[in-house]
Design a binder for this molecule. Structure first.
Ligand SMILES: [Mg+2]
Length: 279
């Protein structure tokens, strides 16, 4: 890592970590997580220094508290409030926009942060008037009645917002289908409305992370975003002027072919250079 990048990391006001492929890997045997090398030590060091950090995963299959519990079980010092999903930033955005009634195309884990934020959550296929937004997340149970009810809400004036809009994600068994991407494609085809992304790589996601860390929005250039996905964490960091640190421990193998907006300021093969910068 170049000295100027190490200095920026050392002076950072806060850190946003991706989960899978960055600090941990899914463990098929336990259904939980396994820490990647130096990851626990790095988070312990930040905690000791009093440097705020959050872990932001782009999955909405579970509520944030369930991911936090899984990370704690793997040895990480992560409190529930430090764990974020796209539903965390979606809840922020919806509340800020004065939206009250939301149809959630997702399971209970996807809806949990919206319920906690006091939003009136409407079930996927429920008949309902006055729905102001349709929010799509991880939802393998999607049915035709859900499609009909969602289209009706959108035709009646609801906004279309989504956790994530990427077609595929990496799994231990190869390519997985991004459920919200496929559902969004159907909803856009039927209504002409395009989804607004509220998870990574949106500025909304980064603003929610700043808020949880107790930092003002203007501190965005003093934070570090660490991740393995060029189109999610690197793009989110670069577009906001945060320091982008790429990890080759997940889906990013190299950075030579990447467009500038998705290229990390530094690409690391493990977390030890960051740990050294903070020591
Ligand atoms: Mg990842």
């Amino acid at each position: 890592m170049k000295p100027e990048i190490a200095a920026r990391a050392s002076d950072a006001a806060g850190f946003v970590f991706d989960m899978d492929g960055t600090i941990a890997l899914g463990d098929r045997d336990s259904g939980g997580h396994k820490a990647l090398p130096h990851a626990i030590e790095l988070l312990e060091t930040l905690k000791r220094r009093g440097t705020p950090f959050v872990v932001f995963t782009n999955g909405t299959a579970k509520p944030p508290a369930a991911y936090a519990a899984s990370l704690r079980k793997a040895g990480f010092p992560v409190e529930d409030r430090q764990m974020l999903t796209p539903s965390s930033s979606a809840a922020d955005w919806l509340v800020r926009g004065g939206i009250e009634r939301v149809r959630v195309l997702g399971n209970e884990g996807c809806a949990a942060p919206l319920v906690e934020a006091g939003l009136d959550v409407v079930a996927p296929g429920a008949e309902a008037e006055g729905v102001e937004a349709v929010y799509t997340g991880w939802f393998r149970e999607f049915t035709f009645p859900d499609l009909e009810a969602s289209c009706q809400s959108l035709w009646d004036g609801a906004r279309l917002v989504t956790a994530s809009h990427v077609p595929f994600f990496a799994t231990a068994n190869g390519r997985g289908i991004g459920s919200s991407y496929a559902i969004n494609a159907m909803l856009t085809a039927m209504t002409g409305k395009r989804p607004r992304v509220l998870g990574k790589p949106s500025r909304t996601a980064l603003d929610t992370a700043l808020g949880v860390m107790g930092l003002p929005k203007r501190a965005v250039k003093q934070i570090v975003v660490v991740g393995d996905d060029p189109a999610l964490e690197m793009r989110m960091a670069n577009s906001a002027g945060a320091l982008s640190i790429g990890m080759a421990t997940g889906i990013m193998a190299g950075d030579a072919e990447l467009p500038e907006r998705d290229r990390p300021a530094a690409l690391l093969s493990d977390l030890s250079p960051l740990l050294e910068a903070l020591a």
